[in-house]
Design a protein around this ligand. Structure first.
Ligand SMILES: C[S@@+](CC[C@H](N)C(=O)[O-])C[C@H]1O[C@@H](n2cnc3c(N)ncnc32)[C@H](O)[C@@H]1O
Ligand code: SF4
Ligand code: SF4
Length: 341
């Protein structure tokens, strides 16, 4: 599947979004809150896990969401591989025409590499540093070696990416991560750390944030495999806030399958249940919380790679879409090279 297939599938909802309508293109499926790591920047392991959908209900959720015209799912959590039925959920997505990505710490991937990669268009393995720098942020010795093994277990089977959370302690090392990705024939994406009480020491100042975005631009110009658009990097070097389109272009669900608005990183998420999925996402109750007063102050409007990346093309240029297509097709070529070599 090339990028043109994805664009063609996305076109109807992209046009709706262009007219300011609600049209979820992306699904952020937080499939579980269970996790085997204790990353310094993450809230998941600090809170109690709660229930999750049965396999049958998780598959029904896929069908209901596909019905809304969603084109791309990112399955994460918690650690998505804590769910033994992950490959079944992925298969249901693919059977319903949804492009699939999972984000994983990689620790549980090697034994399931074949069954999972068969159903994934991309696999993203978290990598926040090289060697101990990664272990330190992940709170688990040996995490780096496991991430490397995970990459090796799926390379050539699907498109492989690494994602780095940029924090106060690793922002000067983005070059090392970009080198690692480029030398290994995969792409690296970068997400500035989102804040919560308890992680203040990981926060970047405004100047640090801008300097790391400028560094990523430079590394891109040097030809490193960086999966972040020029348009987004340029935007991040300004102090301008974007209009957040998370509540319109994304649908987020929690482990119980509840629609989570305005987004799953909000500090005060509202969980909608009781109606059909369509009512819960498009209805009046949802409209009332699609943007919350706290969104005005949300730093992610400027800094969050997930949502701001999606906001840029609507605001700025078609060039970003073209750039993503180019990077996606190059990641396909890298997968083919790894398969043949
Ligand atoms: C919540 S994790 C879940 C998937 C999986 N457990 C993992 O770590 O890859 C999804 C992605 O969000 C990143 N992440 C976690 N906490 C974050 C934070 N506070 N700010 C930005 N990204 C974060 C993780 O590193 C990972 O790449
Ligand atoms: S592995 Fe993922 S979900 Fe688990 S604590 Fe780390 S970032 Fe959070
Ligand atoms: S402004 Fe922030 S909290 Fe509000 S929807 Fe966007 S990302 Fe979520």
């Amino acid at each position: 599947m090339g990028s043109i297939d994805i664009l063609t599938a996305a076109l109807p909802n992209m046009v709706r979004l262009g007219f300011g309508k609600k049209a979820p293109l992306f699904w952020l499926n937080k499939i579980t809150r269970r996790c085997n790591y204790q990353c310094k920047f993450c809230t998941v392991w600090r809170t109690k896990p709660y229930g999750e959908l049965s396999t049958q209900d998780a598959l029904k959720l896929v069908r209901d969401i596909a019905d809304l015209g969603v084109v791309f799912v990112c399955i994460e959590g918690g650690e998505p591989l804590m769910r033994e039925d992950l490959h079944l959920v992925l298969k249901e997505c693919k059977d319903h025409g949804i492009y699939t990505d999972i984000v994983t710490n990689g620790s549980l991937l090697p034994p399931r590499a074949d069954e999972v990669s068969k159903q994934c268009d991309c696999i993203t393995i978290s990598l926040d540093g090289i060697g101990e720098a990664h272990d330190e942020l992940r709170g688990v010795p040996g995490a780096f070696d496991r991430a490397v093994k995970a990459i090796g277990s799926v390379k050539g089977k699907t498109r492989v990416f690494v994602n780095s959370v940029i924090t106060k302690t690793n922002y000067q090392n983005v070059g090392k991560i970009a080198d690692f990705a480029t030398e290994n024939g995969i792409y690296a994406s970068f997400s500035p750390v989102t804040y919560f009480a308890g992680a203040e020491d990981l926060r970047l100042t405004g100047d640090e944030f801008k300097s790391v975005m400028a560094r990523l631009s430079e590394l891109k110009r040097e030809g490193k495999n960086i999966f972040v658009s020029e348009a987004y990097l340029r935007h991040c070097q300004t102090s301008e806030n974007l209009e957040c389109i998370a509540g319109k272009a994304y649908i987020s669900t929690d482990p119980l399958g509840r629609v989570t608005l305005p987004c799953c990183v909000s500090n005060e998420p509202v969980y909608l249940e009781g109606g059909t999925l369509r009512e819960n996402y498009f209805g009046k109750r949802a409209d009332a919380v699609r943007v919350l007063p706290s969104c005005k102050e949300c730093i992610l409007r400027q800094r969050d790679a997930i949502y701001s990346e999606a906001a840029v093309p609507l605001k700025e240029s078609f060039g970003q879409v073209v750039e993503f297509c180019r990077m996606y097709d190059r990641s396909t070529a890298l997968m083919m090279e790894a398969r043949e070599g």
